[in-house]
Design a protein around this ligand. Structure first.
Ligand code: ADP
Ligand code: MG
Length: 657
């Protein structure tokens, strides 16, 4: 029976920018089952090209090729893979063992793709190893054994699925004389047991075992000599009914095992890939946490500002961004508060708070603490919505009588009494050596990153003027305006009124400043918006950087693996087999990298929070985004190049470097 029939086979390589090279020209050839064919010819005559076509590793440019009576161009790629898997065995000059797998794993690799589970369908690996005298080597790696042994491993791999035809391309080309003899004996025995063998060789002495010698020159068959002693022991070998091997989920375990062996076998590559994913995820999460924290801090500041407040100040004047004492100073006094309230109807009743600020040394229980002392009007608590969490605020009477009472911020409580939660109401403290009684504690305002709003002591305005300032001049006024009026207009009215009462000409309008807090608030809101935009860009850029990192490492590792893909296909892997293994590897890498990335990102945010005293906020959104995006990118770039490689002819992938 003719197992191989070639008719007018041509193969031409198209090289870019060069003339087409015809490598095979009109090859007509039939090979019967049980033959041992030696193909000979000069280097470059087209022997390997022919053998690769015969072994379904390459496709002819023109011509007909019937394998077991069926024209191979009728087969799909999957069916070709199945044919390679079940009926053909290939032995290469370069052995092509997978370096990270053990001898046993190399030999049994084709079983992953043939799906042969029981011993009837394939050779017993241990018997094969025994026959090829490799039994002691099964846990070694290919690099740990000699060339002759490696080639025997490659032969065992070719035999594991009980092939009907073995193709060998100069199998002894890299071996010494002794190993050459062993290999040729093995092939001879195989042929004797009924396997058809097609071997390319240089060496005349090898051909004594062949039943047929075909000489090739310049892509044409020069001579074809048949030896009489053709082995006829082929009765029990017939081309089994070809059944299309479909991809099955039942083999997911095999794919996982392959993926796992491959990940473990290439620790460095796996670690680098995981690192790539990790950096992408971690940077995104950390960046977003910092950004979100900053945004939150701005929002807190904004919400802490009253929106209908005007700040009237004479202490400082600002020109071109530089603070300095203005030429003409207006001394704002407590009388001005009453005057403004009485004359400008748009001001809320009792809506003006006067301020004096000094630094002060606070002492209690032997603790010494330097802080901001603010003298404020008694309506401070009401107008700023800042009601004491413990105790009470001072009254108008206490202010007028210059009582020595104080309301403390939480930071001061902590610094003086050692514990933020201590209740100091009723305790006595000294402020600049003067005794005060604590009557209340302010609520926490927080606002880290800016001024600590809890680091202050409030005392009555008149007490502050009398005890510490030595003058009646106020630093600034908070003026609460009735809703639904134009704040800037009221601001101008206030200026005009103050100039009038202080008998200043209207050319001295700069002597008093009115700041519209609504405008400040709007500016800060705009800043918050800008921050959101910034955050978006940061997220986008870190995703991009992370994505490119992942892409690079995946791409590099996969193009390095094109050769491996070629080999896997040569021994029977279908495209789906290859893809599935790579998908599993990528998912594993991405998930591990992603999880570590989330942890590291959270860790970085935590450290920034701790040491930079900057609020960082990790949102579930950033975790989901970072993780999913990286896994997505990792999958795409882990699988896409593998898919590209798997679409190559096996021989092209194998030759890849
Ligand atoms: P050999 O008989 O030594 O095995 P080959 O079949 O490997 O010869 O190669 C035959 C000719 O085809 C050589 O001239 C070689 O340069 C050319 N050739 C082989 N493979 C390719 C390829 N992938 N692209 C272009 N030319 C090739
Ligand atoms: Mg060759």
């Amino acid at each position: 029976m003719n197992v191989i029939e070639l008719k007018d086979i041509k193969k031409t390589y198209h090289l870019l920018g060069e003339v087409d090279v015809p490598v095979l020209r009109d090859i007509d050839l039939t090979i019967e089952q049980g033959e041992f064919v030696a193909i000979m010819g000069q280097s470059g005559s087209g022997k390997s090209t022919l053998l690769n076509i015969l072994g379904l590793l390459d496709k002819p440019s023109e011509g007909l090729y019937k394998l077991a009576g069926i024209e191979i161009s009728k087969y799909s790629n999957n069916e070709l893979a199945a044919l390679r898997s079940h009926y053909l065995g290939f032995v290469f000059q370069q052995f092509n063992l997978l370096p990270k797998l053990t001898i046993l794993e190399n030999i049994t690799l084709p079983l992953v793709y043939s799906g042969s589970k029981n011993v009837q369908q394939h050779e017993d690996p241990s018997k094969l190893l025994e026959m090829l005298e490799l039994s002691e080597r099964i846990t070694h790696r290919p690099s740990e054994i000699s060339g002759g042994q490696q080639q025997r491993v490659a032969i065992a791999r070719a035999l594991i699925n009980k092939p009907l035809i073995i193709f060998a391309d100069e199998p002894t080309g890299n071996l010494d004389t002794k190993s050459t003899k062993e290999i040729i004996k093995i092939l001879k025995n195989l042929n004797f047991s009924g396997v058809t063998i097609v071997m390319v060789t240089h060496e005349i002495e090898l051909t004594t075992y062949a039943t047929r010698i075909i000489k090739i020159q310049d892509g044409l068959i020069l001579s074809d000599d048949k030896n009489e002693s053709k082995n006829s022991n082929t009765s029990e070998h017939y081309f089994r009914q070809f059944k299309h091997k479909s991809f099955s989920l039942a083999r997911i375990k095999d794919y996982c095992a392959q993926a796992f062996v491959s990940l473990i076998g290439n620790k460095m590559r796996s670690i680098l890939s995981i690192l790539g994913v990790m950096i992408g995820v971690a940077s995104l999460i950390a960046m977003l946490a910092v950004g979100t924290g900053a945004k939150k801090s701005i929002e807190d500041q904004v919400s802490g500002l009253g929106s209908n407040l005007l700040m009237v100040s004479s202490c400082l004047s600002q020109k071109q961004g530089i603070f300095y004492d203005a030429g003409t100073r207006m001394r704002i006094l407590e009388e001005d508060i009453r005057d403004l309230e009485a004359n400008i109807s748009e001001i809320e009743d009792d809506g003006i708070v006067g301020y004096i600020t000094v630094r002060g040394q606070v002492v209690a229980k032997g603790n010494n603490y330097n802080t901001r002392i603010e003298g404020v009007s008694s309506n401070f608590s009401k107008t700023r919505g800042s009601y004491p969490v413990l105790g009470r605020f001072f009254t108008k009477d206490e202010d007028n009588l210059r009582m020595r009472v104080a309301v403390l911020g939480k930071t001061v409580v902590r610094e003086i009494f050692g514990n933020e939660n201590f209740n100091p109401v009723g305790e006595y403290i000294k402020i600049n050596r003067i005794n005060f009684q604590v009557i209340g504690v302010l609520p926490i305002k927080g606002s880290k990153g800016w001024r600590d709003e809890d680091d202050k002591v409030l005392i009555p305005l008149n007490t502050a003027m009398y005890r510490f300032a030595g003058s009646k001049e106020l630093c600034y006024l908070d003026v609460q305006i009735k809703n639904t009026v134009d704040m800037n207009e009221v601001g101008e009215d206030i200026k005009t009124r103050l100039l009038f009462t202080h008998r200043l000409p209207s050319s001295e309008r700069d002597a008093v400043r009115v700041i519209n807090m609504a405008e400040v608030q709007a500016a800060m809101e705009a800043m918050g918006k800008a921050f959101s935009l910034l955050l978006g860009s940061i997220a986008f850029i870190s995703l991009l950087v992370g994505g490119i990192g992942i892409m690079n490492i995946m791409f590099v590792s996969v193009s390095e693996r094109t050769k491996e893909i070629g080999l896997r296909k040569a021994i029977g892997a279908s495209n789906a087999d290859i893809l599935f293994q790579f998908i599993i590897e990528s998912i594993f890498i991405c998930c591990v990298g992603g999880l570590i990335g989330v942890t590291v990102g959270a860790g970085i945010s935590f450290i920034i929070n701790k040491f930079a005293d900057w609020d960082t906020i990790i949102t579930p959104f950033s975790i989901v985004l970072g993780f999913n995006f990286s896994v997505f990118i990792g999958l795409i770039f882990g699988v896409w190049p593998a898919r590209k490689a798997s679409l190559l002819n096996p021989i092209d992938a194998l030759r890849h470097d």
